[in-house]
Design a protein around this ligand. Sequence first.
Ligand SMILES: [Zn+2]
Length: 418
Amino acid sequence: MLESAIMTSRLITGVRILDGTGREPFAGSVRIEGDRIAEVSPTPLAARPGEPAIDGRGATLMPGLVEPHAHLSFADVSSHDLTRLPVEEHVLATVRNARTMLDAGYTSALSAAAAKPRLDVVVKREIEAGRIPGPRLLANGPEITVTGGLGDTNLLHLPHHETPTFCWIVDGPDAMRRACRLLAREGVDLLKLNLSGDLGTSAWSSELTPMTAAEVEAAMEVARSRGLRVCAHCRSGDAVRMAVRHGVEIIYHANYCDEAALDALEAARGRVFVAPALGITYTLSQASGQWGVTPARAREFERELAASVESIARMRARGIRVLPGGDYGFPFSPHGTYARDLWLFVKVLGFSPMETLVAATRQGGEIMGLPGELGVVRPGALADLLLVDGDPLADIAILQDPSAIRMIMKNGNLHRAP
Ligand SMILES: [Zn+2]
């Protein structure tokens, strides 16, 4: 027994430990045994006979990053092109993106929707079996929307109706229950509901809430009975309030939060998470002339960004958990650039680098359903660790440079050896 523990242990010495809890970094050594952290010591630890040791001098050892709004199957193309991607190419793109995410130092991802029903589920199983590299993944199905809601791109005058694959259009509680049960049967961990509209196209507005309370409650009934967690696209204040009222745990965007929506989030702050996923809003607010964004459209994104900055400042003041990350997988937010969200939290939302990294690690572990066990460097926690050249607290942007991440470890296994 002792023999095998020694065989699978590994020592990392001479590092500056940023433990994810908000504690100031300290010098020390860390021992990993199997998939867990066994020891975190401020004094140097000596390697056991035969134990491999990594000399981490000059580097920061920190928990792996968590992406709380991942779209591994979004292939850096438009939603329209996503629907038309054949399943064979689509599986391969999803596998590539899983590797890209881990390569970027993101050792965990909570999916905010898959572009075909089983893409997340099959990729998650392959990752867990160790057959392909990728983050620890919670699998989602397609976004669930209603006629005229976000994702329903049909219009009566068009020559034919196209059924989008990245979202399912359901109307009424019965259709909602059926969709959710079907996804539960296929093995998802999560459901994604599009409660509000969006700014991305002109067919719907961010401030509308086309999904009804009865439809949300129908999804929650299935979620509760099947042990699934629910996340929701909620840009409007109405959508945020409806989501919280019905027990949705993960709220995306929350751009237009009125006082009542903030009160609801605050009252539920022990169980809800907000992930604003502002990267697209930020990029498109400055993208006039690119990707078909007109100057008028850029101004709308600018307005949405301003409203979001205000909403999030008020959430932060109320102690609501707000996590960086989100919506990478479009042409204007390609895979691999996830850590730009950390920079955005600091530069645009005014979070300190420490607050941002706690949100991306310890609170990331909480949103993954492993509080205290994931996203922290402490004895007993899962060994998902990064060795970063330099100090991310002094310059959060270094995490955007994959070559600055010397080592990536997931579950005690080295994905990138130093
Ligand atoms: Zn999304």
